[in-house]
Structures are given as C-alpha cells and as structure tokens.
Ligand binder design. Structure first.
Ligand code: GUN
Ligand code: FE
Length: 434
C-alpha cells in the first residue's frame, strides 16, 4: 500500500500515569510528521527531519494549527440509547423502566437497529471516537446490525448480545438457554472478523439469574478471546437490591466472581459503591472499570474514586455511557471527569485525562499495542483536533502558554466542533465541514 504523510503537532501518551507517579508521560512533537501505510503507523518524527527523505510522490497533508492524537476509546456506551439522551427525572432503576426498556424494545427490528447503528457510529466519528465497547440490546438482530455497520468502516469495535432473563419487560428477556445459544452463534459469526471482537454482556446482576450468569461464565471459558462487559455498583439502591437478590454472595462483585466473570478481559462499568476489598480483588484479577462521569452525574449515581483505583493499580478507561451519559464527546466527558475529581479534592492532570481517553482505554480493553497510541506499529486510528475551532477556544488559547495549559483548555471547551478529521485504519472517515 501507498505511504501517506500527515503533518501537524503530534501528542500521545507513553505510560500509565499511576505507575510513574502523578505526572503522566507523553511524547509531543511541535511540528511532527506521521507516516501511515497499510492502515498502520509506520514512523513519526519532527517534520524537518523526515520531510527531506520522503519520496516526492508522497502527498503530505498539513494542518499548521492542529493537534493529532490517537483516536478516542469509549470503554462503555449503549448504542440503542442514542435516542434517550437527556431523558431525566429518575435515578438508575426507575430510569431503566421508564426510559431505557421502552426504547430498547424497538431493536427487535433489524432495519431500525441498523438505522440507529449508522447514526450512532456517525456520532462516534464526529466526536473523534474510533473504538468502543458497546451495549446493544437483548436482540441478536441488534448485534448483527451494529457489527455490520462497524465492519463496513473497518472500525475496531467490541459488542455482544445483552443477556437479561428477569426483572424487565418479557419482550426484552431471553432465557439462560436462548441467551447462551444466541451468543454462541454471534461469536462464531463476528468474533475476530476484521477488527471486531465479541463481549459476553450480562446486563447487570439485577437482570440475570444465577443460571444465566453461570452460562455467561461458560461462554468465557469456551471462547478465551472474548470479553466480559457488564455494570457494577452504580447506584446505592441498585447495590442493596442486588444484595437482596443474591443473599448468599458476600458482595455485588462476588455475584460475578462466583460465576467466573472477573478476569483480565472483563470490564465493569461504574464501580462507584464498592468496598476497598472488592476494589483490590478487581485489580488483582486484571479486570478494568469504566469511569462514566457524565452518566454518574446525570443519574445522580455518585462520584467514582479515581484516586483509589490508581492507588490499587486498577485499570480504568473513560466511558460516555450514552444514553445515561450526556455527551458522545470524550473531551466533554473528561471535562466532567475533571469536576468529579475536584469534588473529591483532586485535580485531573490534562495528560492523565488524555491517557484515560486513549492508551488507558486501550489497556482497559486489552487492546494496547494495537490502538491508543501513535507509536510505530499501531493501527492508524487518529484524530486531527483544531485549536481554533471556536471563537472562545481561539481567544482563550491566546492566553495559554504551556502545552499542559493548552491541553487543559481543549479538554474543557472542546467537543465535536474541534474534531476536524477522524482517521480509521489509515482512512479518513469523518471530515468536518468548514
Ligand atoms: N445498569 C443496567 N442497565 C443499565 C443501563 O442501561 N445503563 C446504566 N447506566 N446502568 C445500567
Ligand atoms: Fe451503561
């Protein structure tokens, strides 16, 4: 394949900030050149060094006032909930029955599911998100629709049929047996096809029987490469309800652990109301959690303790959790993460924030080495961010000196408007108008 060259400022994370202390390490090239071929990053370096050696046939695209970062990674999002963003008035359990379940009923219709999946993926790309771990609905059709659209665009995406066999409208419930069989068939159809991966997805302990969770564990054992994706300890009422549903288990996490669902390929959304012991157990198992600040604030769920997660060495990614979350933009999600940290007496370092949305997300999903970085060999998923996207950004950045300050401003004021172009496996898949 042909070599493509992209010139702009380049920025990507190097190490886990928790492992190196407070300061996150990163690589920044003020005027860099990114060389891409065959959907992968071949090389990068200062433009002044690399340009002279470039064959004259290689076209160079140049953004003099933009920043290229790895594409953003959303570690927890529900595509069927695109149509209920901002539906408020309740906390988690009532929000599920009043808004979520009614909208999810429509995804039995494959055509409707595909229409929403197409819009949803368009929104991800407009916001610079190139990979995500995605909830569909209980319907296998909703998985087929999502993966079909993702495959067309060669996106690295994780998804898997929702398992739920109780405490929801009957039309949204499967059975342990049907859920198991449909998951098997979907794994065979989609897992490892192109850049797609399957995630066994019991909705949460509140909607799954012991038998269903047991079979989810069996699916993981039978297919060692697949992920496990679920919710954990999001809301206080949910936590006490789950404890009453599983009185024989020592904690919410123990419900999952008992069935073999807690391991290095598992991702748990929220993990807010969790004891220190459970947090340690999660870290020791190699599991990851998704910090979903806009959702946690919108539903009034609570404040995720990022400081404790880092102290215990727990892997953390950032999640929009659309539709309880209120923005597809991971920049806006990080803006809210900053405030959640402030409410707990800490300040989120901008480079650490960038890490959470890129390399940290990749590590949380076991996809580091493939995505989340601009280092050579990585898949060429990257975004071009425009420093001048809005009048306020432009004005504010005139007063900002350091890269840290400029990045903090971008994370605070940025949203879909700053995403000038989004590249997926080396191909431009979104280009902002104007
Ligand atoms: N817990 C179980 N289902 C859901 C869901 O759809 N959204 C959120 N935020 N939490 C859940
Ligand atoms: Fe969720």
């Amino acid at each position: 394949d042909q070599l493509h060259a992209y010139r702009a400022a380049l920025l990507y994370s190097l190490d886990d900030p928790a492992s190196v202390g407070v300061a996150a390490s990163y690589r920044h090239l003020e005027d860099g050149l990114l060389l891409v071929a065959d959907g992968r990053i071949r090389a990068l370096g200062p433009a002044a060094e690399l340009l002279p050696g470039l064959a004259p046939t290689v076209a160079v695209r140049h953004w003099p006032d933009a920043l290229i970062t790895p594409g953003f990674i959303d570690t927890h999002i529900h595509y069927p909930q695109t149509g209920i963003v901002g539906a408020g008035g309740e906390q988690l359990l009532d929000w599920l029955s009043r808004h979520t379940y009614p909208t999810e009923l429509r995804f039995a219709d494959r055509d409707y599911a595909e229409q929403v999946a197409r819009f949803f993926i368009g929104e991800l790309l407009r916001n610079g998100t190139t990979s995500a771990l995605v909830f569909p609905t209980v319907h296998p059709e909703s998985v087929d629709a999502f993966f079909a659209v993702a495959a067309e665009l060669d996106l690295r995406m994780l998804c898997g049929k929702v398992l739920m066999d109780r405490n929801a409208p009957p039309a949204l419930c499967d059975t342990p047996a049907s859920g198991y069989e449909q998951s098997q068939a979907l794994i065979e159809r989609w897992h490892g096809k192109g850049r797609l991966g399957y995630a066994v997805t019991p909705r949460f302990a509140g909607s799954c029987s012991d038998e269903q969770l047991h079979l989810a564990g069996r699916l993981l054992r039978e297919h060692p490469g697949v992920h496990l994706h679920t919710h954990l300890a999001e809301n206080r009422r949910e936590v006490s309800w789950v404890r009453s549903l599983f009185p024989e288990r020592s904690s919410y996490l123990d419900v999952y652990a008992h069935h073999g669902l807690v391991g290095p390929r598992s991702l748990f959304a929220h993990a807010i109301h969790l004891g220190e012991q459970d947090c340690r157990q999660l870290a020791a198992s190699g599991a990851a959690v998704a910090f979903c600040p806009t959702s946690n604030l919108f539903l009034g769920s609570g404040l995720f303790d990022l400081g404790r997660a880092e102290r215990l060495g727990l892997k953390v990614g950032i999640g929009s959790d659309i539709g309880a979350g209120t923005s597809f933009s991971l920049l806006q999600t990080l803006n809210e993460a900053y405030k959640v940290e402030q409410l707990q007496g800490r300040s989120l370092d901008p480079f650490k924030a960038l890490y959470l949305a890129t390399l940290g997300g990749a590590r949380a999903l076991g996809l580091d080495g493939r995505i989340g970085s601009l280092a050579p060999g990585h898949e060429a998923d990257f975004v071009v961010l425009d420093w001048n996207a809005t009048p306020l950004l432009q004005f504010r950045l005139q007063q900002a000196q350091s890269l840290a300050e400029r990045l903090a401003v971008l994370l605070t004021l940025g949203d879909d408007r700053v995403v000038q172009e989004t590249f997926v496996a080396g191909v431009s898949r979104h280009r902002r108008e104007g």
